[in-house]
Design a protein around this ligand. Structure first.
Ligand SMILES: Cc1cc2nc3c(=O)[nH]c(=O)nc-3n(C[C@H](O)[C@H](O)[C@H](O)COP(=O)(O)OP(=O)(O)OC[C@H]3O[C@@H](n4cnc5c(N)ncnc54)[C@H](O)[C@@H]3O)c2cc1C
Length: 375
């Protein structure tokens, strides 16, 4: 059996590695002419790191470990803290912040037999007898028995074969950058996210003297309400380090994105085709779980495919993964709204409620996220 994966993102690459390890042939078709990740960081939480540990992929020494995730006020005064050491001990892996490019290179280097066909943008997928015809924009069509759609939020596979799906716009803009910056020691193994008024700013070290930061603001009508040149001014009510980080990043290396997710759908597969990662359950980045959920998909789907025929495996994969992935998407959506309150009274109430939330409640939520499905 050969499985064709559309998309060489974190989800597609991790799935290819996991399937190869089960002795399954894989081909990947990627639209980009070269594998060029956005210059930003990513947090690989404990659940993703458990999967990479199972696959024997070494990540930790190429990134920076994160033992605490803190929500703070704009001044960086703490509001709430999730201590990750408990989970590090429980699952024997750490949370790691890493450059996206470094992660991508590690994953590509793991592939043994899988060929990645670059410059292959899928523009259509059609049933053709017992197979699917994959139509690419400037390459020949091919026929495929089994297809995995790992082509992200705006997945062509999903739009062609599962048309009843809708993306949701969060009306938030996100800037991301990597600064050459020496963080004070206190911050070196923490992720701090400061919440202001309808905006927030997060930062985490990803390598020595390299700090990944992200900043979000709500907009009313259009992303065009903001101008990159003005970014320092947008966060001038924040702690000085925030503007130092923005100032230490060349403006032409700051990336912007509009935040959106996929409204939870009720089916991820049909005969011979299955969706994974953002194509199946894109989430807003508020919990730092989008890629982690794609990595969990890769693990579960490869286990299921190694045990039964593809359609039964797809059914089992959906059963194992859908409840958690949808819970993450919905919780993340609500968290994004809560983080961007603008009414000062509601902000005070929110901060007070978060300050008095018992540690045990925060720990229970993290436990559910970090626990992998038993397959
Ligand atoms: C601002 C921001 C911050 C984030 N931070 C985190 C974080 O800290 N931790 C975390 O876990 N997640 C984070 N995420 C989410 C994470 O980036 C995504 O969930 C993850 O990249 C999804 O991986 P994927 O492989 O499913 O899709 P993608 O990464 O979108 O990859 C899809 C691939 O398919 C290719 N493709 C698309 N269409 C076609 C086509 N028609 N034909 C061929 N190829 C195609 C694309 O070029 C791409 O290579 C963040 C997201 C954002 C926006």
């Amino acid at each position: 059996m050969t499985i064709d994966i559309i998309g060489a993102g974190i989800g597609g690459l991790t799935t290819a590695i996991a399937l190869e390890q089960k002795g399954i042939n894989v081909r990947i078709f990627e639209q980009s002419p070269e594998l060029k990740p956005v210059g930003a960081g990513i947090l690989l939480a404990n659940n993703a790191m458990q999967v990479y540990d199972k696959l024997g992929i070494k990540i930790e020494e190429n990134g920076n470990t994160v033992s605490s995730m803190n929500i703070t006020k704009a001044s960086l005064k703490p509001i709430s803290k999730v201590d990750l050491k408990y989970f590090e001990q429980k699952h024997k892996v750490k949370n790691v912040a890493i450059h996206r490019g470094t992660l991508q290179q590690i994953l590509v280097n793991q592939l043994q037999s899988t060929q990645i066909f670059l410059d292959h943008k899928l523009i259509d997928i059609k049933r053709s007898g017992n197979q699917y015809q994959l139509v690419f924009d400037h390459s020949e069509s091919i026929h495929s028995d089994i297809v995995i759609g790992a082509d992200g939020l705006n997945s062509t596979v999903r739009q062609k074969l599962f048309p009843n799906n809708k993306t949701r716009k969060a009306k938030q803009i996100c800037w991301r950058g990597i600064a050459d910056f020496e963080l004070p020691n206190a911050y070196k193994n923490e992720l701090n996210e400061a919440w202001g008024k309808a905006d927030r700013f997060g930062f985490v070290q990803i390598a020595p003297q390299k700090v990944y930061w992200y900043a979000l603001k709500s907009f009313k009508q259009s992303i065009k309400e903001f101008d990159l040149k003005e970014i320092d001014g947008y966060f001038n009510k924040y702690a000085p380090i925030v503007n130092e980080l923005i100032g230490a990043t060349p403006k032409n290396q700051i990336h912007t994105a509009e935040i959106a997710d996929l409204k939870p759908t009720n089916t991820w597969y049909q005969d011979g085709v299955c969706l994974i990662g953002d194509a199946a359950h894109a989430t807003t980045p508020n919990m730092g779980q989008g890629a982690c959920q794609a990595i969990e998909d890769a693990y579960v789907l490869s286990e299921d495919l190694s045990k039964c025929a593809p359609n039964e495996a797809f059914q089992n994969y959906q059963k194992h993964r859908m409840p958690k992935a949808h819970k993450v998407a919905n919780t993340s959506w609500a968290l994004g709204k809560m983080a961007h309150l603008s009414n000062p009274v509601l902000i005070s109430l929110r901060n007070f409620a978060m300050q008095i939330t018992p540690k045990v409640v925060n720990r229970r939520q993290s436990r559910q996220i970090f626990q992998l499905a038993s397959v």
